[in-house]
Design a protein around this ligand. Structure first.
Ligand code: G3P
Length: 222
């Protein structure tokens, strides 16, 4: 499963990329605004950081327009900045027209704000490169985000759609585990969750024990 970071924080992206385990970054207008910097500068810096570690990655840049012609105009501009930039488009009728326009121009898209299997079906028919179902927000609303991932996987398998399933709105390491168990293609996660994936209290305890035993042995030799 590919792991993306769901952030626009340069500091977080640098730390995660340094592990060599990062396959991409997703941003959205909320995350970009939080950093308070110019959009092009922000996206270009993210691309530069990832490029220093790998050539196989994507950075999702989201359009703000709601009408497809404007979305296409916006997206064409972003796509010019770097070949690794893919265009994040909202799951609307206009969004899916824009997806088809981008596909004709061989520009990859990430369809965002997906909350139902039918939305995912339509996005795949339109030729989206990635579909982003928001599991955390579905859980917040009292349903099961992971059930949706399973349903989308099934639909895509039924018809051989190549659209990648990206689990978004991840809140916990359990979401990441479940995404991997279901066979999602990608999980995009906040930095805090990325860090949590490495740890287990028994790993820490085991290391402490090994170090103590090694120190005790050397002490005895003196
Ligand atoms: O980037 C889209 C998505 O991952 C947002 O997550 O936590 O705002 O629901 P959240």
């Amino acid at each position: 499963m590919q792991i993306y970071l769901d952030t626009a924080s340069i500091e977080e992206i640098k730390k995660a990329a340094a592990t060599g385990l990062l396959n991409g970054v997703t941003t959205n207008p909320t995350l970009i605004m939080k950093e308070g910097r110019d959009f092009k500068t922000e996206i270009s810096e993210i691309v530069k950081i990832l490029k220093a570690h790998t050539d196989d990655f994507t950075v999702s840049a989201e359009v703000n327009s709601t009408e497809w012609k404007d979305m296409v105009k916006e997206g064409l501009e972003y796509a010019k900045w770097d070949k690794h930039i893919i265009i994040k488009v909202p799951m609307t009728q206009d969004g899916l027209i824009a997806v088809q326009e981008f596909k004709r121009r061989k520009i990859r898209t990430n369809v965002t704000l997906c909350f139902s299997p039918n939305q995912a079906l339509l996005a795949a028919k339109a030729g989206a490169f990635i579909i982003s179902p928001f599991v955390g927000r579905i859980d917040d609303a009292g349903a099961s985000g992971m059930d949706l991932i399973g349903q989308i996987k099934q639909i895509y398998e039924n018809y051989g759609y190549e659209t990648k399933v990206l689990v978004a709105s991840v809140r916990t390491p359990t979401h990441v585990r479940d995404a991997a168990l279901i066979g999602a293609d990608i999980a995009t996660i906040p930095y805090k969750v990325f860090e949590q994936l490495f740890s287990h209290p028994l790993t820490d305890k085991g290391i402490a024990q090994f170090q103590a035993d090694t120190a005790a042995y050397h002490q005895k030799l003196r």
